[in-house]
Design a protein around this ligand. Structure first.
Ligand SMILES: [Zn+2]
Length: 378
């Protein structure tokens, strides 16, 4: 598949919807999942909203759990889908991490405002992918400490978070042409509001995805060589599902909501929909900001705390920084008469991300630099 915006899958995975056809559209997703998998390895999806039927539908993907508190309990993952005629199929995800709020709010606003008549193809919205983590306002699930964005492809009979990962990777993703995964820094990190792509090998794909950064139009964007979650991330799942193009964001952090990032990202999503051809008219009246693109250094080059203490940062996200510059100091709490340990920036560039809480343990990430793109590749 090659569309006018140049985004392609490496290969087109067969869609369950392609197999089922419209006449089977009213079968539940649970039935379809069960038919395709057999024996004890099948995902025990109890119910799910029908993604095949034309129109707007909402409901829950319901996965069974059995705990002391609820022997026949279930995890409810809300989803809203709009399907109207021919066009691309776009999945928008938030709540992959439960303590990252801009995307969760953004999708709720979309649910309240998106009109079915404006859709050309399919838009499916998952505002709380790791629903137990969202309910708890935590990065990881309170049920199993599972970090969804590290657990793909999951397991059909695994922990609750492994089951959710398996649901997304095997039941949902194969039907979609594009995935937008909305993240922020969460409680422990503060990010410069940014749009994110993982650098594809193919130069044509890279060019098409760089174009998305301009369309989304946040003032900053960055390219990575790999998602921090590697193959265990949703981006990794997109690769396995046939190379589905995936765009992500980092919209702030610290466990709060950046009103400015939320507003900019909302218009970015609407422009992206138009660019992908999944809506019939311009839904945003705002032009994109000129985006500066950076290359996020790999995790091996993040700045980590060499010891525990109180981190006093000397730099803010968005600051221009230079290699050798002091990023801050760690004040020891166990020996207050000792000098503070100064930690230094390792690259020229911009500060993309900073630890949010002052208290730090040895090994915590304190800062991440984005080098100028594409100079960083030279
Ligand atoms: Zn996240």
């Amino acid at each position: 598949m090659r569309s006018q915006h140049g985004l392609t899958r490496r290969r087109r995975a067969p869609s369950k919807r392609d197999k089922g056809g419209a006449s089977r559209g009213r079968r539940s997703l649970a039935l379809r999942a069960g038919r395709q998998r057999s024996g004890t390895s099948a995902l025990k999806l109890l119910t799910g909203p029908d993604l095949d039927e034309p129109g707007r539908a909402h409901g829950y993907f319901r996965l069974p759990i059995s705990t002391d508190a609820s022997a026949y309990g279930s995890i409810l993952i809300p989803a809203v889908t709009y399907r109207n005629g021919d066009g691309p199929r776009v999945l928008v995800v938030a709540g992959n991490h439960g303590d990252e709020y801009e995307g969760q709010i953004l999708i709720r606003k979309l649910i309240r405002t998106l009109e079915l008549d404006d859709v050309s193809g399919q838009i499916t919205l998952l505002p709380a992918a790791n629903a137990p983590a969202v309910q708890a306002g935590r990065r990881v699930s309170p049920l199993d400490q599972g970090n969804l964005n590290r657990l793909f492809p999951g397991h059909p009979n695994g922990t609750p978070t492994q089951m959710i990962a398996h649901l997304l990777e095997t039941v949902l993703l194969p039907g979609f042409d594009f995935v937008l995964d909305l993240h922020s820094g969460g409680r422990s990190l503060e990010y410069l509001p940014s749009t994110v792509i993982v650098r594809p090998d193919d130069p044509g794909q890279l060019e098409a995805q760089i174009e998305l950064l301009h369309v989304f139009g946040l003032p900053a964007s960055f390219v990575t060589d790999a998602p921090t979650g590697g193959g265990g991330s949703l981006a990794g799942a997109c690769t396995r599902a046939g190379g589905i193009p995936c765009l992500s964001t980092e919209l702030g952090g610290g466990g709060g909501v950046s009103e400015q990032a939320l507003a900019m990202a909302r218009h970015g999503v609407l422009r992206l929909f138009r660019h992908l051809g999944v809506v019939r008219r311009d839904l945003s009246d705002q032009p994109p900001a000129k985006t500066s693109i950076y290359y996020r250094v790999p995790p091996s080059q993040f700045l980590y705390a060499p010891e525990a203490g109180i981190f006093e940062a000397y730099v803010k996200v968005g600051d221009r920084v230079e290699a050798g510059q002091a990023a801050g100091a760690i004040h020891r709490t166990d020996a207050p008469w000792e000098d503070a340990t100064v930690v230094k920036i390792q690259h020229d560039g911009i500060l993309l991300c900073r630890r949010f809480p002052a208290r730090t343990e040895c090994g915590d990430c304190l800062a991440v630099v984005g080098r100028q793109w594409p100079d960083a590749m030279a």
